[in-house]
Design a protein around this ligand. Sequence first.
Ligand code: AKG
Length: 296
Amino acid sequence: MKLTAEQIEQFNTKGVLIVTSAVEESELDPVINELEAWVDRRACELYSERKIQSLHADASFDTRFGLLFKQCKEIGDGLDISASRGKAMFEFLHNTNLLDTVESLVGPEITCNPVQHARTKPPTAYEGRTGPSFHVVPWHQDAGVMMPEAEVSNIVTCWLPLGDATIEMGCMQALPGVFNRGYLSHFKEEAATVTIRPEVLPAVAPMDLVCYKGDVVLLNKFTPHRSVPNVSEKCRWSLDLRYQTTGHHTGRTAYPAFIVRSPSNPESVLHDYDEWCRLWTDALENPKGISMHRTD
Ligand SMILES: O=C(O)CCC(=O)C(=O)O
């Protein structure tokens, strides 16, 4: 869905925008089915390794992962887009409604940035630990997980819930209207997470990014955001994707970017699923470029 002039104005002023019903809910179903099948396969593997005792095969998409996670923390290993590399996921990365939304902000020549994740946030009570994690992400800017060379790139984050993302389920929060302060100094709080130094975090009331299947949250790469604990008994599922103007620096040269829309050169669009898989396999097996989080 193309953004209205008011929505563009809001994004350009606040650096955050929730676009309701940006994509058809049914367009997400192939991705959900693929993730469900992935979870089932992974559960069977762990069951045969005797790492879980119950498969919970009849549980719903928004509860099963949590019930498995409670038994074995390894359930999510390999779920992320770069590792699971699902065909429905690859096709969704080209979704016309989503790209129409993105085009309103980055123009018609669009590249899919390789900083992208499929996430599920199980109930935080099942973590067996507290503190920041891949599931409960501390305050950061997406510029903080990219190389400084991408500072001038027009990259927009698209965060899509695959079900409900309520406050109780640990939705994201963002600080509106502060992106124009640019990059804020980050430090590494725990092994895999970078966070904005508390002394430079703007004193602005956080906006709760409550959203539902079909909605898309858009974030400027300098908008501070975090996600809060999931105090419900369900899993919050989401995709966080990034798109950018073709030709701009991706901020993560180690991983494959690819063109998803190009009116000037339609043949440059990557539709070849096998090639996408090959690019990721090569990038992960033969690391070449740079994959870094910024800390200073
Ligand atoms: O999904 C989340 O909880 C955090 C996502 C995030 O921080 C991001 O997309 O940059």
